[in-house]
Design a protein around this ligand. Structure first.
Ligand code: GCU
Length: 418
């Protein structure tokens, strides 16, 4: 057995050990006081949205930026977009396809990543869901016109991925996670990007978007600077620069599953141009409350994925009680824009109840804008969505993205995304 296979087996066994010895017992959730979204760090009470924006939103934002996800260290020297392919005849003539290369340049270095867009035909403009995929744009569709990603991809035997290179064997393997025809039939488009083209998901910072910003001898971001989640969120924002000027796109709802749900939430918090945000099973460091320590914890996530957050977040490992914020305040940063938090019943590692409560506590801030949130403290029954400006559902089944999830997102987006 070669070293890489052994290392992968060790990583997976460490991860499944972490999952099996996590707390899944509601009676063992520690007692904690949740920081109030409407009381400033210095103790002032916020009573309207003007005050929220002037005195509270920014201090919460800054905390997440410096102590959780990490700051983007500067500005790009240049960025550009190139339409590399276009057709009027995708999905049996239902859709228009565009493929756009996005290039970011800094310090004479550059990265390029590719966005695949399908737009429904019929209307001159359409709203789109923008979301990262895990294995390459060619995996979300069987469309032969979508090139294989040339970037590093995680090995996956069942997708035929060896030596970190995608081959034809992985075309379409993730179609079930992207209900593209349902989106098109309901007047929505999809824009998707392989997240590894922005920053490969491995614990080294020698490549991807971070490396563009290094000074000469730098090999990793500084303590308060961005980890991978903030890097991926930055990539979504740059994609937004293209999408808002495309001419055929009316609104963009940023979507993400799991680690990419964490990135979608941070993108929604940092960039107000996203008209709505969907967090699918985003769990710890995403929608779930950290202080509950149910399933994955801050210490566990920072150990298994040390590159996802800023190094400054490490001081909260097994020390969640000292966190002056919690994830409901990340959700509150998205207010008053529509926000959907979704869980799966068997996905205990992501703490469905913690995701629900977070949406509930964030709703206070939505109410300042007279937007309806999740008023009840009682998690709904499975497959009984609550859809307001803040929406929540818990579906049956495991950690995944299913047609059921997309059906809910589409119904909700029709009602709440203008
Ligand atoms: C791991 C990780 C989670 C993450 C998930 C995923 O389970 O612990 O935090 O959300 O991977 O991205 O699928």
């Amino acid at each position: 057995m070669n070293i890489r296979i052994i290392a992968t087996i060790l990583l997976f066994s460490a991860m499944s050990f972490a999952q099996s010895e996590a707390n899944y017992d509601e009676t063992k959730v520690p007692k904690f006081t949740l920081p109030d979204a409407l009381v400033t760090f210095s103790g002032n009470h916020i009573s309207d949205h003007v005050q929220w924006e002037a005195d509270r939103r920014f201090e919460i934002f800054q905390f997440f930026e410096r102590q959780v996800y990490g700051k983007v260290p500067g500005r790009l020297d240049e960025y550009s977009f190139k339409l590399i392919e276009e057709s009027n005849d995708a999905y049996g003539g239902k859709a228009r396809r565009k493929q756009v290369a996005i290039s970011l340049k800094k310090n004479k270095k550059s990265i390029t990543y590719n966005m695949l867009i399908y737009l429904p035909k019929g209307n001159p403009t359409a709203p789109v869901f923008l979301g990262y995929n895990f294995y390459g744009n060619h995996t979300v569709t069987s469309d032969p016109k979508v090139p294989l990603t040339k970037s590093w991809v995680p090995n996956n035997e069942s997708f035929g991925i060896k030596d970190n290179k995608a081959t034809e064997a992985s075309r379409g393997v993730r179609q079930h996670r992207w209900a593209i025809e349902k989106m098109l039939d309901n007047g929505f488009g999809l824009a998707t990007i392989y997240y590894g083209e922005v920053d490969p998901d491995k614990n080294d910072f020698s490549d991807g978007v971070h490396e563009l910003f290094y000074t000469e001898d730098q090999t990793k971001p500084k303590t308060n600077e961005w980890g991978s989640i903030a890097g991926w969120a930055f990539g979504l924002s740059k994609a937004m620069d293209y999408l808002e000027n495309d001419g055929n796109i009316s609104n963009v709802v940023v979507f993400g599953h799991s680690r990419l749900g964490k990135a979608a939430l941070w993108a929604g918090a940092t960039d107000k141009r996203f008209a709505g945000v969907i967090s699918n099973n985003s769990g710890c460091g995403g929608a779930a409350l950290s202080k509950r320590k149910f399933g994955e914890t801050v210490g566990k996530i920072n150990t298994a994925f040390p590159h996802w957050f800023a190094d400054s977040f490490l001081k909260y490992n097994d020390n969640e009680k000292t966190l002056p914020v919690d994830q409901h305040q990340l959700l509150a940063l998205i207010a008053p824009r529509p926000l959907y938090v979704a869980s799966a019943f068997d996905d205990r590692w992501a703490d469905p109840k913690g995701e629900f409560l977070s949406a509930h506590y964030a709703s206070k801030v939505y109410e300042l804008y007279e937007k309806e949130g999740i008023a009840t403290e009682q998690i709904p029954e499975v497959n009984q969505p609550l859809q307001h400006t803040v929406a929540y559902h818990i579906r049956t089944g495991k950690h995944d993205v299913t047609d059921y999830d997309w059906e809910q997102y589409i119904t909700w987006a029709k009602a709440f995304i203008q």
